[in-house]
Design a protein around this ligand. Sequence first.
Ligand code: XBP
Ligand code: MG
Length: 252
Amino acid sequence: MTLRALLFDVDGTLADTERDGHRPAFNQAFADAGLDWRWDVDLYGKLLAVTGGKERMKHYIEAFRPGYQRPHDFDELVAELHRAKTRIYADLASRGGIPMRPGVKRLLEEARAAGLRLAIATTTTPENVTVLLEHSLGPGTQDWFEVIAAGDVVPAKKPAPDIYHYALEAMGLAAADCLAFEDSENGLRASLGAGLKTLVTVNDYTLDHDFSGAAAVLSDLGEPDAPARCLAGPALAGPCVDVAYLRTLHRN
Ligand code: XBP
Ligand code: MG
């Protein structure tokens, strides 16, 4: 079994987008529309249980605003708020306001040099991905990924495995040839559901999630001068995740 490709989640995995990216963009869209919806850091952590921005807004109304009277065009209101939120998020990302997580660029460059194929499998809106890559990873880097599978291209978002099935099919690869990268329980359920071995890098919102079934759980991918911590799975040979470590995870 040879490792041929790496499939990356975006939000929380490539970059810490949620707390200081998506969350303020939602809040700005709500305020601009004259709504009193306000998602603080703690509440947003709870709302992350539901993936997808439109789905998350509906979940918020259902679970946290019992008195809210839905207008007859509620779905259109949600869609319009989401379009506004996407514009605000894209503007923030295009100013380079959302840096890549430690080790992401280094590992992507090493993987490319080693001939590994790259793809993205995410719940977020496609435009959010391309803006983030262009401005935080670097100009032209979206071309590093032969498939960017994102958003509403599949009807069921993570934890459903559909987005991973979609990406694998587009690449013409079997799950056994690949390794996935995730940061959350919903993401891990999706990748495992598609039969992918998965490396998890945690963040503040996902530290307490259940990562059983992951090939390894790490603090981050690490840099030579900022070592990653291994929380579960095979120990790292050095300070950071490299392609040799990925091959070990894939073989195990
Ligand atoms: C990402 C998400 C997304 C983003 C917002 O989950 O849950 O909903 O928070 O994106 P994952 P949109 O990292 O598991 O893919 O507002 O564009 O839907
Ligand atoms: Mg994620």
